[in-house]
Design a protein around this ligand. Structure first.
Ligand code: B3K
Ligand code: ZN
Length: 882
């Protein structure tokens, strides 16, 4: 018999926003920690808002709480004076000003969703954004209710020697029964989502920072004892970020203490709780032996990101969760600029754009596409997306470029001053930019309300008679589930016209006005023609330099044009992009050849272009390494009308192997030139050198060249640093030679069995194997003692990597890859709905595949939908099956 399905969860709409009827003037919390019976006492001073009627009930959010006591102004409430439901607490007819006291019981050990208060490896910690605080106590759990918090944490003195919360410690002492307490006071009013508490057996490294105005701030990173040696890079990154925010945005830190805590079980990367950032240990711990260059750079950027939130997010926060990109888009933009300033700016831009174009563009063309500011949601946790974060950051970047840095900085100062201590909207932010620059940003606001990646079709025509170049741009934003009709956007297109004679940029004159040699034109209509005058020769246009807008731009480039731009463009980003475009054209032919079962022929222009790169080198080795990398399978897939994973894999492999065969000696030379035994440092020059060397090694291993194999083995065995070891291990494990793969994998697994973060890499490397047994290996590794479905890092490393990074095996024609994913999603739906809803993403993209795969993917989605679902998974799966 079919079970009746639970009622469908109801969406929340942006248009329904109402200001809160009651504000909290002060909150006092007391926690008596216990794994299954934590007691939370809350003393909340409420005040009715002027606009609310006298008989307005007080509505508080609360989930999975056991109410033990409730009183107003010291008087316990009678049963008829309040009501408790599965989602909250209602107090009927409260006075205009009153103190509400509640006591609830919660069970941190049972909390597998990792929202609210939970236990991670014996450490109590919290995650409250977006709506986790309601699993801690009854409260108006919405970002526009800001208050000061005083928090007393009580726990066993032996097991929980360290008790932390937001702000400054003001009192501590012993209690009967071997317990102790610490009271923390946070003087800055904040919404409940920024509340944090940590308790456990932790140790710290401490440092200090003197702010521009001369205040001394204590910096602490709290970790489990064995990780004390892995904190130096995070601490150095924090100090760099603090200085950068002072110098770039004029923003100083405001408390006397800034703490970071590392925990193993965490749904995201990290969380910006006021004064007490909680981090996924993967986003904070580094050591040359255990972390790669990529991890060092991620840690730097995440530490900075969370720190920057202290202003963009905490001091000025969001009025409601529809405004999420107000803090996330702006803060990602800030962390991207920081990383660009302290590392290779060109590579940072290339990596960010590659990620955006692969992952965010896919999201924006799928069933869960939504605007940067959504209009409705069922579960807000599902909206911590690439669109809110990465596209949101691109929108802020365009704003900055449109008004210019100086006006942008004035607008940012205005925003922080005017709205300090308030919960505001995207209009407030853009309004400050308009005010500071005097520009009209009305049309620009459409970037926040229209989903979908805009497409620009560009065409150029050289007019010999008039020495003019006519550039015609047509824009179109595709239909997305949220709305069919799109208006033209305001799109800044940075460009140059490159002389084919000199390789230099020609002067740009538009309507008699000089734009220099690298200018910005503003596309505002559906179609516009821009006529550049005094163009003395037929140029090659270099369009959308620096990726000046998050769009898909098409131009009928010939392959010679692309090879020319790859060699000559003055814009580093567009040089790289020309190479990607050239490779994509070659790949398109090969994908077609594979599908039509005809012989594959390598495009000699691509070989020549790569040869030139290898021979001439580049001032920036990191950029050179990027230019030598072929587009990823995921990016190639994104460019295809219909995704054929086999053909994509075969075509890419063919290009890689052809280049390796034809340029073997160049790759070998580049490898040998860039070997170094200097002590490891995560600094730009070394990182660039390692990445160039490792790209060269990848090509040599693509043809399993004897010398290449020997170099990979040596690099693995030398154990010089994790970047080199991991890269060599990956190449050995992904080779066709089991005699190379098996011993290396075993040695690595045994050596690092004690280190959970390194084991994540060990899992990930194996499940990316192109060999046909990858799926069986995933199943086998799910039974490995180091694996656990309850740890999000493990789920991401094993399952996430397999379904997102091993296309040919995930999309197996027998549907077993889909079945495995659905099984895991069904189990995680009960344990951790946030992670389950994220993991299911690849199945939601079924429309991009052929009929056979569509049917198999849909049937697994339907199998999931038949379960009793969390709102999280329900929302994603039901959109995907519409
Ligand atoms: N603001 C957090 C997001 C946490 C949400 C988890 N459901 C991380 C960040 O963007 O900094
Ligand atoms: Zn953030």
């Amino acid at each position: 018999m079919q079970q009746p399905k639970p009622a469908e969860p109801k969406p929340t709409y942006r248009d329904d926003y109402q200001p809160p009827a009651y504000r909290v003037r002060q909150a006092q919390l007391t926690f008596e920690l216990d794994p299954v019976a934590t007691r939370v006492k809350a003393k909340l001073q409420f005040e009715r808002a002027a606009q609310a009627e006298a008989d307005t009930p007080l509505e508080l959010d609360g989930e999975q709480l056991e109410l033990k006591a409730i009183a107003i102004d010291g008087q316990p409430l009678r049963a008829e004076e309040y009501a408790v439901s599965a989602t909250g607490l209602t107090v009927h007819n409260p006075p205009a000003r009153f103190c509400l006291e509640t006591e609830v019981q919660i069970a941190p050990r049972e909390n597998t969703a990792l929202e609210g208060l939970y236990l991670s490896n014996g450490i109590y910690c919290t995650q409250c954004e977006a709506e986790g605080f309601r699993r801690i106590t009854y409260f108006p759990d919405r970002p526009d209710v800001m208050t000061t918090f005083t928090t007393t944490v009580i726990g066993d003195a032996t097991r929980l020697p360290i008790l932390l919360a937001n702000g400054n410690p003001v009192e501590r002492g012993e209690l009967p029964g071997g317990r102790h307490f610490v009271t923390w006071e946070d003087p800055f009013p904040k919404p409940s989502y920024l509340f944090a508490l940590v308790a456990g057996d932790l140790e710290k490294v401490e440092d200090s920072f003197t702010t521009a105005s001369g205040r001394q701030v204590t910096l602490q990173i709290w970790v489990e004892q064995e990780n004390l040696g892995k904190t130096a890079h995070a601490m150095a990154s924090l100090k760099r970020a603090m200085r950068w925010d002072e110098e770039t945005y004029g923003r100083e830190y405001d408390l006397d203490l800034f703490m970071i805590v590392a925990v193993n079980d965490f749904n995201m990367g990290a969380m910006e709780n006021k004064g007490l950032n909680i981090f996924n240990s993967a986003a904070v711990l580094t050591h040359p032996d255990t972390a790669t260059d990529a991890t060092f750079q991620q840690v730097e950027s995440i530490v900075a990101h969370e720190y920057f939130h202290n202003w963009s997010g905490n001091r000025v926060t969001c009025r409601d969760w529809f405004q999420l990109s107000l803090k996330e888009g702006f803060t990602v933009f800030r962390d991207q600029c920081f990383s660009a300033d302290v590392n290779s700016a060109a590579v940072k831009r290339i990596e960010d754009v590659a990620f955006l174009r692969t992952a965010q563009f896919a999201e924006d063309s799928g069933p869960t596409a939504h605007p940067v500011r959504p209009e409705h949601y069922i579960e807000i946790t599902n909206f911590y997306t690439l669109t809110i974060y990465e596209k949101g950051a691109e929108v802020v970047r365009m704003l900055c470029n449109l008004v210019g840095w100086e006006a942008f900085r004035r607008g940012s100062d205005l925003y922080f001053e005017r709205f300090d201590g308030q919960a505001v909207t995207i209009e407030d932010f853009v309004g400050c930019m308009a005010e500071a620059s005097g520009q009209d940003l009305t049309q620009f606001m459409l970037w926040y309300s229209q989903a979908g990646t805009p497409e620009i079709d560009a065409n150029g025509e050289y007019d010999y008679a008039n020495a003019a170049y006519h550039l015609t741009l047509r824009q179109r934003t595709p239909v997305t589930p949220d709305r069919p009709n799109k208006q033209p956007l305001h799109i800044p297109v940075r460009l140059g016209l490159v002389s084919t004679k000199s390789g230099r940029d020609l002067p740009l004159t538009l309507k008699g006005e000089s734009l220099g040699t690298d200018g910005v034109i503003h596309l505002r209509e559906a179609e516009q023609t821009f006529t550049f005058t005094d163009v003395t020769e037929a140029p090659v246009p270099s369009l959308l330099r620096g990726f000046s807008a998050p769009v898909q731009l098409r131009f009928p480039y010939g392959r010679e044009d692309l090879a020319f731009l790859l060699a000559n463009d003055s814009d580093g980003f567009n040089r790289w992009d020309a190479g990607q475009r050239l490779a994509l054209l070659a790949l398109d032919d090969l994908i077609a050849a594979h599908r039509n079962v005809v012989e594959k022929v390598m495009d000699s222009r691509l070989v020549d272009a790569f040869r030139a790169l290898l021979e001439h080198g580049d001032d920036d080795k990191a950029v050179l390494a990027e230019m030598l990398m072929l587009p990823s399978e995921a990016y190639i897939a994104e460019q295809q009308p219909l995704i054929d994973v086999e053909a994509i894999h075969a075509a890419r492999k063919f290009v890689e192997q052809s280049l390796a065969v034809m340029l073997r000696d160049d790759f070998l030379r580049v490898y040998l030139e860039n070997v170094s035994d200097a002590p490891y440092a995560p600094e730009s020059e070394q990182i660039a050198q390692r990445s160039l060397k490792n790209v060269a090694l990848s090509y040599l291993m693509a043809i399993e060249d004897e010398q290449g194999i020997e170099l990979a083995r040596q690099q693995f065995a030398a154990e010089h640093n994790m970047t080199d070891v991991r890269h060599a291990l990956t190449l050995l494990v992904h080779s066709s030679r089991d005699d190379l793969a098996a011993p290396a994998l075993r040695a690595f697994g045994e050596k690092w069995a004690h280190d959970t973060l390194v084991m994540d890499q060990w899992f990930a490397i194996q499940v990316m194997r192109p060999q046909a047994d990858a799926l069986e290996r995933v199943k086998y590794l799910m039974t490995h003692p180091a694996f656990s479905l309850r740890n999000p890092n493990k789920v991401r490393a094993l399952i996430g990597t397999f379904v997102n990074r091993n296309s040919i095996n995930f999309h197996r024609a027998d549907g077993e890859g889909y079945r495995l994913l659905a099984d895991v999603v069904i189990e995680l739906n009960r344990l951790n709905p946030e992670i389950a809803a994220r993991l299911v993403t690849p199945l939601t993209r079924w429309q991009r595949f052929d009929e056979l795969h569509q049917r198999l993917m849909r049937s697994e989605l339907e199998r999931i939908r038949a379960e009793e679902l969390s709102p999280n998974v329900y929302e994603v799966v039901s959109k995907a099956l519409l």
